[in-house]
Design a protein around this ligand. Sequence first.
Ligand SMILES: [Zn+2]
Length: 255
Amino acid sequence: MLLGKMCNPEKDVSSRISQLAREGFRLAEVTIESPGARPERRDWKKIRRLIDSKDLKVIGSTDFNLQIASPWVPVRKAAVSEIKRAFPILGMLGAEYVHIHPDHSAKRQKKEMFRWNDEAVKDLKKAASRHGLKLMVENGAPWQGGLDLIRYLLERNPDVYLLLDIGHANLGVERNLATEYFRLFGDRISHVHMHDNDGRRDQHLELGKGNIDWKGIVVLLKKSGYDKTITLETFNPEGGFIRSKRKLERLWEEQ
Ligand SMILES: [Zn+2]
């Protein structure tokens, strides 16, 4: 298991990479977002050298605010083309996987919302592969399409992978859906996000501050033979990254 940290795009991406390397993370999740990691930054090659000098693995991420399945045609076209601008950068940084967030801005037209997401995924998958990247979709809450939307997209796109977000799998459900995601798509889960919440709001808390059974999650990952990358997304508070890292490493060793 290789543990990483999400680079907060509110801050400068190179300072975030240096910090996470100092903190002992071996994976940098680089999200191409404003203002700290906009695509038009001119120093991406320098950032690649920084990543190499710290011997870090890279996972790519894109902005969830971009409405790739908007009911407004020019909006979804623009959103898809903005996401495509991230791919050459992430390819150059050495990422193998990049993920996108399915979009629920057309939630009043559920059927079309699913179809427009599928169109965007097909288009983005092709564009990503031209830069040596494999595309993943990240699961959201039930009101964002949840498991149904992920199933719809993965069934129609056999060469697209799943980023399992354990925090999102805990929202608006009786039991965390991580077990269900592993049962349905275990062999396509290529990356995992971890953060905690109270089951109602997407709080991105440090591990142990919400109601997720982290010991149960670690048991599930190990039992499923999951041995790939994990990123902590415990933004609240910032100090939660280190405490979450220690907690997860301890649980991983114990189970
Ligand atoms: Zn996530």
